[in-house]
Design a protein around this ligand. Structure first.
Ligand SMILES: [Zn+2]
Length: 315
């Protein structure tokens, strides 16, 4: 895994010094896609890449410190990582590359997190999530909310400072609750909606409002979305989902209600399942539930008490 070096990155000029020192691994991100190969994320020599892209259309919009490898990572312990957020994607399949970049393995390509998450190891997963979160924040927080002046990144890319009023601005994360609702007969309530496949069913979820506790958000969201009154909730775990900036906080909640009425907006269908009914509906293809990458699946399987078998022909 990664030590983000939250103290080390505060040193003025640390990023410039790091890039000069050599041996630093650069992850590249462009249009929310990273460069990946069969081994996982592709890391390039940061100093070489900075020199290669200088003055070109690929000159990075942001260079951000990501941290150092801890024991167990694919790279040697202490390997330093930075992120280059590129304005354009260079062509990795054409020969010669334009601009030519050393160290790109054959078969490398650009890919979004969802496309490759299943094949990434825990360190690459953590880096992709961290990189996406901080890159998305920079892309949408370019100006001071107080005075409107363009802000300038500092602290390795983890703070933006306003040169006009000297205010500091930090990356933000939007908390959202995601909930398994369990009825009096131990059946699970799942819902679906929006433009997705009408067979899709998942846990209910929603953003926490300002001034609201997580427990209050659980009660409000479930009430709004399906008209069910939950009486007790328990926190089970969380998942960062920075597309663009969510932190999913997983709960299980109980209700005495047996009827659910979808709001017709966020949720257009809701259904109670016994464990046997859920497994059968998934195996038959009647419904599709969240993938193994998601906390939704982990919450559903927490209720189920084990692994739910996917339909053999599903991805
Ligand atoms: Zn300002």
């Amino acid at each position: 895994m990664i030590d983000r070096g939250s103290a080390a990155r505060l040193k003025p000029g640390m990023l410039e010094e790091l890039l000069r020192s050599g041996g630093v691994q650069a992850m590249v991100l462009s249009r929310r896609q990273a460069l990946v190969s069969g081994q996982g994320l592709v890391f390039l020599d940061a100093a070489g890449l900075a020199g290669r892209f200088k003055g070109t259309a690929y000159a990075p919009e942001q260079v951000i410190y990501l941290g150092t490898a801890l024991p167990g990572a694919r790279a040697a312990e202490g390997t330093q990582y930075v992120l280059f957020v590129l304005p354009e994607q260079f062509e990795v399949r054409a020969e010669p590359f334009e601009p030519h970049v050393e160290g790109i393995p054959a078969g490398a390509q650009w890919a979004g997190f969802r496309e490759v998450a299943a094949q990434l190891d825990p360190t690459d997963t953590a880096l992709f999530i961290e990189a996406s979160a901080i890159a998305n924040w920079h892309a949408t927080h370019t100006h001071c909310p107080r005075c409107g002046a363009a802000t300038v990144p500092e602290a390795g890319g983890w703070v933006r400072r306003c040169p006009s009023d000297n205010s500091e601005h930090y990356p933000r994360t939007d908390p959202a609750i995601i909930v398994t609702v369990v009825g009096p007969d131990d059946r699970l309530l799942l819902g679906g909606g929006g433009p997705l496949d009408s067979r899709n069913y998942s846990t209910l979820a929603g953003f926490v409002e300002p001034g609201e506790s997580l427990e209050q958000a659980v009660v409000r969201e479930i009430g709004e979305e399906v008209g069910v009154r939950v009486t007790a909730s328990q926190y089970l775990g969380s998942q960062s989902w920075p597309f663009p900036a969510s932190l999913m906080l997983g709960f299980t909640a109980t209700t005495a209600d047996t009827e659910a009425t979808p709001d017709g907006v966020e949720v257009t269908r809701a259904r109670w399942f016994s464990r046997a009914e859920l497994q059968e509906a998934v195996l038959s293809g009647e419904i599709v539930i969240s993938s193994r990458l998601s906390i939704a699946r982990a919450l559903i399987e927490h209720w189920y008490g084990g692994v739910i078998q996917d339909r053999p022909d599903s991805a």
